[in-house]
Ligand binder design. Structure first.
Ligand code: PXP
Length: 247
């Protein structure tokens, strides 16, 4: 399959369960190794300002111990820049962060922070990190992402995953248009947030999306059938969407 879609497995919520009791179990690094064996192409971890799930020690161990490329999600702060420069992960995905939010609620406002992001993306790129910006599928934000020098964007799929009926179709169309704009601008297009076995097929069928980052559903589903099985099923659905695309 020459249009194979990459799967980045986000292991944040393995750490959420560990942190519920403190201690070391379950270990996100063990989950990362298991994800690799189950067909993940990369490991994604979000180091939040409040350290509610992934810890600094997790990032240190992931960077040192796993063989798959590490995608570090983080806010564009001075503290996080230091972390990224210290560990030099394969990739950095810049996300907006609000302390009170349950999860990343919307995309970055690249238009409103162009000067800051241009310098920030530049520092990370110079250090050899592939930088992506997590944004809603809006044309003006994509144009701004290109102009600040980001080679990659990750389209926020949360609104699509949460919507029903006609609204869902509209959200899917926005994602398709966003992906088409990436192609036009020469931006590599990723997608993620809220994806499940039900929602992944439609997103995986958008031809120029090259990577999906998926976490919460995979870890939740692992409770019922194990992490290996949840990742393998997601991988199979992604491959199915791509096979249908090229048929
Ligand atoms: N992509 C980005 C940029 C995210 O912030 C998150 C959540 O941390 C995800 C993907 C994964 O979302 P979910 O855990 O809902 O699959």
């Amino acid at each position: 399959m020459n249009n194979r879609l990459r799967l980045g497995v986000n292991i944040d919520h393995v750490a959420t369960i560990r942190n519920a009791r403190g201690g070391r179990h379950p270990d996100p690094v063990k989950a990362a190794r298991l994800a690799a064996a189950a067909g993940a192409d990369g490991i994604t971890a979000h180091l939040r300002e409040d350290r509610r799930h992934i810890s600094d020690d997790d990032i240190q161990r992931l960077a040192a111990e796993i063989e798959l490329p590490l995608n570090l999600e983080m806010a564009a702060t001075g503290e996080m820049l230091e972390v990224a420069l210290r560990h030099q992960p394969h990739a950095v995905c810049i996300v907006p962060e609000k302390r009170q939010e349950v999860t990343t609620e919307g995309g970055l406002d690249v238009v409103g922070a162009q000067a800051h992001l241009e310098a920030y993306v530049g520092r990370l790129s110079q250090a050899g990190c592939r930088v992506s910006l997590f944004i809603d599928p809006e044309r003006h934000q994509l144009i701004a992402a290109k102009s600040v020098g980001a080679p990659v964007v990750e389209l926020h799929t949360g609104a699509f995953c949460d919507a029903e009926g006609a609204a869902r179709e509209r959200e899917l169309e926005r994602l398709r248009e966003g992906a088409a704009t990436c192609l036009e601008l020469g931006l590599e297009c990723h997608a993620g947030h809220g994806l499940s076995f039900d929602s992944v097929l439609d997103v995986a069928a958008i031809p120029n999306v090259v990577e999906l980052n998926i976490g919460h559903f995979l870890v939740g589903e692992a409770i019922f059938g194990g992490l290996d099985s949840s990742i393998r099923r997601m991988r199979a659905l992604m491959d199915q969407a791509r096979t249908e695309l090229s048929a």
